[in-house]
Design a protein around this ligand. Structure first.
Ligand SMILES: [Zn+2]
Length: 260
């Protein structure tokens, strides 16, 4: 099997973060050269605007706009209107949105109502969603059932086989990142082998969640190859096949074809 460069699609990045201020343009040029496309994901209105700006200047970067559950306390009717306007400017997804009962940086009631409102917005605009879930239990599934059916990706999926099955039943894709390489995540490594190839996506969540052996360092989409290699190994398929399948899955879900 040829070992030349393969195209990869990183479905979750935060390249607007200050961690990239030093070398953002060099990094973006390198990604383009290496055939790595990326979705830059918004956390609030400012970050959503930054996502759109990054996408405007770079054909291999796509923008998602949304309010992260941590920022849900700032979600208001005016914020929703502003978000809709941003989404209509070429965003490929509503995200990231969801529930986080681990850190609880916004009250749960605020998280629930922002989540619901943004799921409805995604439906109205016919956009997929990028979902954040942390220790939110049945609330997450209940809201998705009630507001569904939806297209989308469960970002940074790190559950076991039972949770993967529930995600698949909801019609979701699973976004697999650096945690796949962490020693403690054996249940995740077993779970991914049960997921149909057409429901898998790969992501870095850069600058967070670097794969082994880069833990503790800044993550960036050049390290996505390590996630792809690990996933291909677990599925028993060549890297090229995994790369091609996940790239096409991302193009289908987001309705785009990135340029290089
Ligand atoms: Zn994120």
């Amino acid at each position: 099997m040829a070992s030349g460069p393969v195209r990869l699609f990183d479905t979750h990045t935060h390249l607007d973060f200050s961690q990239f201020d030093r070398d953002r343009e060099e990094l973006l040029a390198e990604l383009r050269e290496q055939g790595i496309a990326a979705v830059n994901v918004g956390l609030d209105l400012d970050a959503s605007r930054a996502s759109l700006r990054l996408a405007e200047g770079h054909p291999h970067v796509l923008a998602a706009c949304g309010f992260h559950p941590h920022e849900a306390k700032a979600f208001s009717p005016q914020a929703q209107e502003a978000l809709e306007e941003l989404l209509r400017r070429g965003a490929v997804a509503v995200g990231e949105i969801g529930l986080d009962y681990y850190r609880n940086l916004s009250p749960r009631e605020a998280q629930l109502s922002a989540f619901r409102a943004q799921l409805q917005l995604a439906k109205k605009l016919d956009l997929p969603v990028i979902l954040h879930y942390r220790e939110a239990g049945e609330d997450f599934f209940r809201v998705l059932r009630e507001e569904g059916p939806l297209r989308g990706v469960w970002h940074a999926f790190s559950g076991d086989a039972a949770l993967a099955r529930r995600a698949l039943e909801l019609g979701l894709h699973l976004g697999i990142g650096g945690p796949l390489t962490y020693r403690k995540n054996e249940p995740l490594r077993q779970a991914v082998t049960l997921v149909p190839l057409d429901r898998l996506l790969i992501e870095t969540d850069a600058p967070f969640l670097p794969p082994e052996p880069f833990r503790g360092k800044r993550n960036d989409p050049l390290k996505l190859r390590l996630v792809a290699l690990k996933l291909a190994e677990l599925l028993g398929i060549p890297l090229e096949e995994l790369a091609e399948a996940t790239f096409e899955n991302a193009c289908r879900l987001f309705g785009v074809r990135p340029g290089f």
